[in-house]
Design a protein around this ligand. Sequence first.
Ligand SMILES: NC(=O)CCC(=O)C(=O)O
Length: 260
Amino acid sequence: MKIGLLQFNVAYGLPASNRATVAKYLTEIQDQAIDVILLPEMWTSGYALKSLDQLADQDNEPTGTTLRAWARQTGATIVGGSIPVRQGDGFVNRMLAFGPDGQQKLSYDKVHLFSLMEEDRYLIAGNQTGNFSIGTVPCGAVICYDLRFPEWIRKTVIGGCAVLFVAAQWPTARLDHWRLLIQARAIENQCFVVACNRTGDDGRGTHFPGHSMVIDPWGRIVAEADEQPGWLWAEIDLEQVEQVRRTIPVFRDRRTELYS
Ligand SMILES: NC(=O)CCC(=O)C(=O)O
């Protein structure tokens, strides 16, 4: 599976500009055989939570149509980071994925809202795991702060997951946590973790370090970006998942009578 992670400097409160940025990066990869593309968290709006009335999608639009068109155009599954979407009287932080045939594969609403960035004041939390498949490969998805909840990720992986996608806006102040948590989640769940973070400054005092990463089921770094915006590429060998699960049979050895 060939994967492209697109980390970029999300323009605060400017969805049209952010859509144009991604579209421009996608022109760089025409005619390449790519299986999956991953975008960062809240990539249309940034954390402009006070302006969600104007910035959020309605019924997943217009971003749903854009992601669908990009998936068809690139021939890749697009795991579309996340975007704010109006939901009833409030808003959710939602990840959508579309296959190369334009079919929607996933709608996952961030479950753990990050109070340090006031998400709990402005957003409604999801309550369903993000399981989907790419071809025959079982995949899972979580969003940023969800990474700190191993019990939630275990539940996602038990639902079937060889590759876990993570979309993030994770600040530089906790870059060491970002790198360690991604590796830990890969080791304990014996799956690939593909994690895309944004770069740049949000203009409000928070800096984001990029460092998008791909980790294999043994916890080794397959690819890691630096702070610069752009593509990170990785090719992953899915057979490694079963190899690692055979070597240390963690899933067989769980004591589910003691915990679920
Ligand atoms: N956008 C987020 O959920 C940020 C999470 C974060 O920074 C953390 O330390 O956790």
